[in-house]
Design a protein around this ligand. Structure first.
Ligand code: NAD
Length: 362
């Protein structure tokens, strides 16, 4: 038997439809009597949470913003202190979850997260924050949410374009977990299950966005993939997306969507068995090509140029993403990474430049 080390983070997960009805009971379970309800300016599902919290709602802050700016956290902290808050409830995507984590790490308050995207941040003890244009990441047990309340109903109205990019963000957690050096069979099983669910449910959601069964599968996959992100270190794909988001202001989930098939193609020569397992659960012959086709079929973005990246920034991005060593199946050398970014910029087939075939010269 292969030895392994597995840590299970102590997050209570409540999953289903209509679980918002349990938010008050879950807050009471954490001993919270005066909660701060967090959301973003464009959040649509705050009403049901507000209503269910009832007398446990002490204050609201609807200013969550992408990349967790420290000045937003400081404004929310003032509201928290003025209202004598003893618990946090956050409804929204990864940005709102980030604000809740930033407040929890500063105050030690318990958190309930109600995710409305597939970002997976709700089950990790990692927080990325921005200050003076720089994004830094830290990990702390206080960052880890206490309770995650997944209510499929809140995802039924997630626009298809965001559903696609957010689901590929989850797919990326599962793919990179499979070739992490420390992965164990618990995370492997979860990652493969997440990939199978996403490959099956994403086309169904693109065709019928409020299909409850397909939405349930995607949210379930997001949780499974999030636990993989929490359990093992990520590789080149996450390093590149972090660089593109942090240093070139590229949108988080859409960037993941464009880059993933290209990183898979880059890593494939050194991770053959992982790619075969991914292809098998996706029901395709080739994992990078299968990921690319899935994204194209559901109308997801396939080119960094279309996302607004300047071609002249590609070399710098490759340099930044390869400046320090980190675990990845194939060593991330600057030329190879720049070549994959060029493929991603033009929206070519994954691996086009390394093959030097058609499409590599446009
Ligand atoms: P997001 O939270 O910024 O949401 C994007 C937009 O979608 C927002 O305008 C939001 O209001 C809207 N939205 C969210 N749910 C909706 C719904 N159900 N219906 C309609 N609109 C909805 O984007 P995201 O991709 O969820 O999260 C990205 C952020 O999360 C990034 O800052 C990223 O770094 C972070 N993140 C962190 C981790 C971690 O472990 N620390 C993991 C993944 C992502």
């Amino acid at each position: 038997m292969r030895g392994f080390v597995h840590t299970t983070d102590p997050v209570r997960v409540v999953f289903g439809t209509g679980t918002v009805n349990r938010v008050r009971e879950e807050a009471e379970r954490l001993g919270a009597r005066r909660t701060l309800l967090l959301s973003s300016p464009s959040a649509r599902s705050v009403g049901p949470v507000r209503a269910r919290l009832g007398p446990l709602l002490a204050a609201e802050f609807a200013g969550a913003a992408p990349h967790t700016p420290v000045e937003v956290t400081e404004r929310a902290l003032r509201v928290l202190r003025e209202s004598d808050v003893d618990g946090l409830v956050a409804i929204g995507g990864g940005s709102t979850t980030g604000l809740s984590k930033a407040l929890a790490v500063r105050t030690g308050l318990p958190q309930i997260i109600v995710p409305t995207t597939y970002a997976g941040s709700e089950v990790t003890s990692v927080l990325g924050e921005t200050e003076n244009g720089r994004k830094t990441t830290r990990s702390d047990p206080k960052i880890l949410p206490d309770t995650v309340l997944y209510d499929v109903d809140f995802t039924l109205g997630l626009p298809v374009a965001m559903s696609v990019t957010s689901a590929v963000n989850a797919l990326a957690h599962a793919v990179e977990a499979l070739y992490a050096p420390e992965v164990d069979h618990v995370s492997e099983d979860r990652a493969l299950e997440a990939i199978a669910l996403i490959a099956r449910a994403l086309p169904q959601v693109a065709a019928r966005p409020s299909d409850p069964d397909a939405r349930t599968d995607l949210l379930h996959a997001a949780w499974l993939a999030g636990t993989c992100l929490a359990a093992v270190g990520m590789g080149l794909h996450h390093k590149l997306c972090h660089t593109l988001g942090g240093s070139f202001a590229m949108p988080h989930a859409a960037t993941h969507t464009v880059v993933l098939p290209h990183v898979m193609a880059y890593n494939a020569p050194a991770a053959g068995e992982v790619m075969r397992r991914i292809a098998r659960v996706m029901g395709v012959d080739d994992a990078p090509g299968g990921a690319h086709d899935l994204i194209a079929r559901v109308g997801g973005p396939t080119s960094l140029r279309d996302l607004g990246m300047a071609e002249t920034d590609l070399a710098r991005a490759a340099e930044l993403a390869t400046a320090h060593p980190y675990p990845n199946p194939r060593e991330p050398d600057r030329e190879g990474v720049e070549a994959l970014l060029v493929d991603a910029w033009y929206g070519r087939e994954p691996g086009a430049s390394s093959r030097g075939g058609p499409g590599a010269a446009d």
